[in-house]
Design a protein around this ligand. Sequence first.
Ligand code: PLP
Length: 371
Amino acid sequence: MLLLIPGPVQTRPEVRAVMGDDIAPWDDEFRAEYAAMRPRIVRIAGGTEGVDVALPLPGCGHMIVEAAVRTFVPAGGKLLVVRNGNYADRLVRLATEAGRVVVPLAGPDTEPMAPEKLAQALRENPDVSHVAVIVSETGSGIVNDPNILGPVIHAAGKRMICDAVSGFGALPFSLSEHPECDVVVFTSNKCLEALPGFGFAVAPIARLEASAGNAGSWLLDLHDVYRHAVVNGWGSFRFTPAVQALRAFRIAMDLYDAEGGQPARLARYARNRDVLYDGLVALGFTPYVERRHQGPIIVNVHQPRHANWDFRRFITLMKQRGVLISNFWNTETPTIRIACIGAITEDDMRFALRQIEATLAEMGVGVPAAA
Ligand SMILES: *Cc1c(COP(=O)(O)O)cnc(C)c1O
C-alpha cells in the first residue's frame, strides 16, 4: 500500500524491521544508544551542543505541543497564536484548556501570516509573552516561515514556540539563528520518516532552567524531563517509553543523513509536490492553495462538483488500487488532501495520479474533473 498521508508516513523496510526486536529501555546498551541519539537530534534542529538539548516525550504530536505550551508559558500567561489553519485551531484549544490566555491572530488558511499583521498584533497586545507558530499548516499546506516571523517576534521582545511537526527535517530551520525561540517541537513519524510513538522538543538549556514550576503537569513538564536527564543521565527515562519506536527513529536518522539531510529531503518532497500539483491541475482539479503559497508537505484540491462524486467511495476505490489517502479534510471547504512526504518519490506521485484518473473514470466523474 502506498501511504500518501501527512503522518504516519510511508517508511523504509529498514526502519520497520527493528520494531520486531524485544528490547529494554534501561538496558545499558540501549541507554548508550539513546544518549547518543540526543545530540544528533539537536543538530537536526540546528541547535548547539552544550547550549540546546533534545527532550523526547512518548506519545503523539499534540502531547509535545501541549508540553511546550505548559512548560514555557507560565500559568495564566498570554499566548498569541498565529491562527491560519486547522492545526492552529487545535493549539488554541489545548492552550486554552491548559489555562493559558490565548490571543488568536486570525488569517485565511490559504496564505502565510503576513509579518506586518503579526507586528501590529504584538503592538496591540503588549502583555503577550509568547507567540505560537504552526510552521507547516497540515490542514491546508501553507507554510508560516519562522525565518520571516521570528525576527518580528524578536523585535517585539517576545518568545516563540514553534510547532514544526509536519515540516521538521525538510523545511530549513536553525535554532541557533533564533534567539527568540524557546522551543521547537516535532515528531518521529513525519518528515523524519520513522514510526509513530515519540514527540521531541529541542530547547535552549537557559530557557529550560527558567521554566521550573510552569507546567502544572508532571507528565507534560519538559523542565522535569530535562532535570531528570541532568540528574539520572541522558540515556535514562522517566517512564516506560515506546522503546522500539525510538530505535526505529535512530535507523531513520541514519537514512536521513545518508540521503543528505534537510536539503536533500526538501528537494525530494518539492519534486513530489511539483509532480502532484501539476498532475492534479492537468486532470482538471482546482488547487486549494495558490502555487506561490503551496508548501512541500501536503497538497489539497477542491472536491469535484459532479453528480457522480462521492468522497468516501473515491477513497475506497483508491485504496483498492493501492493508494491510501485521508478520508477527511482539514480545510475550510471540502478538499482531497494528498501528502508529498514519507519514503516516496516522484514515481510514486505519478502512480497515484494514474490511479486518480482511473478512479474518476470508474466513478463516471470524468476528466477534467469539474471543480
Ligand atoms: C501532525 C501534527 C501534529 C501532531 O499530530 P498528532 O496526531 O498528535 O501526532 C501537531 N501539529 C502539526 C502541525 C501536525 O502536522
